[in-house]
Design a protein around this ligand. Sequence first.
Ligand code: AMP
Length: 280
Amino acid sequence: MQVTGSVAELRAWSRAVRQAGGTVGLVPTMGALHAGHLSLVKAAQERGDRVAVSIFVNPTQFGPQEDFAQYPRMLEADCRLLEAAGVERVFAPEPGVIYPDGAATFVEVEGLSGRLDGASRPGHFRGVATVVTKLLVAAEPDRAYFGQKDAAQVAVLRRMSRDLLLAVELVVCPIVREADGLAMSSRNRYLSVDERREALALSRAVAAGEAAFAAGERSAAAVCAAARRELEAGGQVRVDYVQLVNWATLEPVETAAAGDLLAVAGWVGTTRLIDNGILG
Ligand code: AMP
């Protein structure tokens, strides 16, 4: 496995793979890898792709008061995991490679970028759309793999890919959870023992909303209320949002239908966590 910070090197590998008749799968990450990230690698390999993983803590998707500085960085440990998983290339660029001096070009998916996490994290999805565009240009993959864990991000990137006529196929993989239901996240490391327990309110909230829908509830307000009750039950989660939206547009729905996205976000202590489920 080669680790490179060079766009030219990554692109040369990608082109060589395709020249030899292979396909390239890119898994973009911010590192501090866990089984959720590795599930994307596995999905790519199962499709027959040769896999590159990018590790880049993208400054432009963090707000000024957010955790960019303390976001966990552990490149060596990440690389050991990826090597064992059969990844061929790790792209770990310096910030100046992705954002050369004077970089003035950004990708904004209007409308969607202001919904869900985009509403509470202004500029977040602009940063995400911009960095993913650059990573796709750098790696020229046939497919790029993303987790449903960040479901609003998926909606933004799908729209971006369509609007920009990108040739890449976006593949979305299911949420990988801890045994007790907590969605895996690099930010779970921030949680104390007590907070780790309280964080279960998020997955319980999603499960409660899904259960209400499965039991025949079709009022979006009632589905959200069921989820919110669980989220607030322990009194330790500061709710950011509980919303039922159309997964393509991220606009709230009034009537719940299969395929809608039930998304929740909240702070446990100072850690912001998200979770979601697709109804039906
Ligand atoms: P991140 O490193 O948090 O930016 O995540 C990189 C990719 O891994 C994104 O596409 C995430 O949606 C995905 N991912 C993160 N956590 C999970 C999880 N628990 N299950 C599935 N995919 C995940």
